[in-house]
Design a protein around this ligand. Structure first.
Ligand code: HEC
Length: 238
């Protein structure tokens, strides 16, 4: 163990003893992810980057929390996070030192001089596909959204004149979601599927446009896309 890595181990132990207080700003970001201790504990400013799964974090030393990562560092962080996604269910914190050496903490153990792609002694059992129960829940949630879209698509709720999408697009026919984004002459710009949904709400249905984050817009989009499952994407096709 180098003097520097002992410093980290001590900082980890200290953070554990002091609880959340020692974690500082990182605690607010933490969510369900791994525990992240403050870089300041080791005397370096640091910036923490989380992977999209919120289970992996990389602490980059020598960069302030409000400072952009220099390009080489940013690439290293992306490479490291992508690499650690091998351990998809695992909570892992990596630390890139100012000398670019990498330490990785997983399952309460710290592994030094880690090279992305190299082996990590993490139990195989923690890889794993989603459980049947998880898959059931995910499918039920999706089905619920698609069913709501189906209902809206067949109702006159989105407009004011009693017309429903399904009257012109039975079974979501001729909606061609797989061709988006594409230039739409009506809109005189490149449109996403949701822009065309809104256009048809405005025009044949004489309704009001839905906001981008409106759950009804998402549901209609989900329904249309679900109807075209398996069709190859062809952005821009006319
Ligand atoms: C009065 C008939 C009518 C109604 C009602 C209608 N549409 Fe359309 N829709 C059209 C026509 C006509 C087009 C234009 C087809 C084109 O440009 O290729 C179109 C185009 C679209 C497209 C783009 C298709 C493509 O090929 O790119 C989408 C998506 C769409 N409609 C969704 C909806 C939705 C969602 C609703 C309900 C909110 C709806 N439409 C209601 C007639 C209708």
């Amino acid at each position: 163990m180098t003097a520097r890595s002992i410093g980290w181990a001590a900082a980890l132990a200290g953070a554990a003893l002091a609880g959340v207080a020692a974690v500082g700003g990182a605690a607010e970001l933490r969510g369900a992810g791994p525990r992240v201790e403050a870089g300041e504990a080791r005397g370096w400013a640091s910036r923490t980057v989380w992977a999209c799964d919120r289970r992996k974090a990389v602490i980059v030393e020598g960069v302030r929390p409000d400072e952009k990562l220099p390009p080489a560092r940013a690439r290293l962080v992306a490479e490291l996070l992508t690499d650690l996604m091998r351990y998809c269910q695992e909570e892992i914190t990596a630390r890139v030192g100012i000398d670019e050496t990498i330490s990785v903490e997983a399952n309460g153990r710290v592994h030094h001089d880690y090279v992305p792609g190299g082996p990590l002694p993490i139990a195989k059992a923690s890889f794993g596909d989603p459980s049947p129960r998880e898959k059931q829940i995910w499918k039920a949630e999706l089905d619920r959204m698609v069913q709501e879209g189906d209902r809206l698509f067949h109702s006159d709720e989105l407009g004011t004149n009693g017309i429903a999408c399904a009257m012109c697009h039975p079974d979501a026919s001729n909606t061609h979601p797989e061709t988006y984004p594409k230039f739409q002459t009506q809109l005189k710009k490149v449109a996403l599927l949701r822009d065309m949904v809104n256009w048809c709400i405005l025009n044949p249905l004489e309704g009001s446009e839905l906001a981008e984050n409106d759950p009804r817009l998402k549901a209609v989009e989900a329904y249309i896309l679900a109807k075209r499952a398996g069709v190859a994407l062809e952005a821009g096709k006319h």
